[in-house]
Design a protein. Structure first.
Ligand code: FE
Length: 254
């Protein structure tokens, strides 16, 4: 099975082809670390700036070629960028809240997530296939892409940085419970953790358990409880108490 990478610079390995790229091989970076943390940080910032410059130049050149050849218009590029920025975990939260209040919708979501997303006006055609998995009292799913960063962006927006990081991608598989603990989440001992490897052919949406004490809540209220992490399977939705605290905290901030 061919696993196509949907990005090239988010992972820990990147190849620049004929581009001279010496920072990672430069022993002086390590010496600098020995000398002082400040010098090390300065070097790290330089590398990020260096990489950014390179990719920006490369992107501009590519855009110009596409424009000149008449393959893409400026307007089409603008719309594509706007679409990416329009994607957010709130789309997924709407779907989960609907599944919590509408048993029939949840059944359809589990049977054919692409069709169920379509019902909600969410276009998942950019993903080969979306599969929804439901957490229970005894089973929890957590999603990882061990190879790169496959993620249901049309539903959850752009993946968080940790999702693309090598530590998460490797440790999630060998020690899921420890990985969750690292992330500040203690999975109950009596729950079986099932790690799901996301890939180019199939992306996953976790249906977390509906929090206790929300039996009379409306779909719009429930929506506020659904966190991004709960849909990746690395955390729980907010409890009503946590939502209350968050609302109060944001009120104080303004
Ligand atoms: Fe991937």
């Amino acid at each position: 099975m061919a696993h196509s990478h949907d990005h090239h610079n988010g992972g820990h390995v990147h190849h620049h082809g004929d581009h001279p790229h010496t920072y990672s091989q430069d022993p002086s970076a390590h010496n600098a670390r020995m000398q002082s943390d400040d010098a090390y940080r300065e070097g790290a910032v330089k590398q990020v700036e260096h990489d950014l410059d390179y990719y920006q130049v490369r992107m501009m050149a590519l855009m110009n070629v596409l424009r000149e050849k008449g393959l893409l218009t400026t307007d089409e590029m603008r719309r594509a960028v706007e679409e990416i920025y329009g994607q957010s975990p709130a789309i997924g939260s709407r779907i989960i809240a609907r599944a919590w209040v509408d048993e029939g919708f949840k059944e359809r979501l589990l049977a054919d997530a692409d069709a169920a997303c379509g019902e909600m006006g969410v276009d998942t055609t950019g993903i080969n296939r979306v599969v929804a998995l439901e957490n229970t009292d005894t089973t929890r799913y957590m999603v990882v892409c061990t190879l790169c960063s496959c993620y249901p962006r049309q539903i959850l927006g752009q993946p968080p940085t940790w999702y693309k990081s090598f530590p998460y991608r490797s440790k999630a598989v060998t020690d899921p419970r420890g990985t969750l603990k690292d992330m500040g989440f203690d999975a109950p001992d009596d729950v079986e953790l099932i790690v799901i490897d996301s890939n180019a052919d199939c992306r996953y949406l976790i249906i977390p358990q509906r929090p206790a004490g929300t039996e009379d809540w409306t779909e719009a209220q429930l929506f506020q409880l659904v966190t991004r992490d709960s849909m990746i399977g690395v955390g729980d939705p907010l409890t009503p108490e946590q939502l209350e605290e968050a609302v109060q905290a944001s009120g104080q901030a303004t």
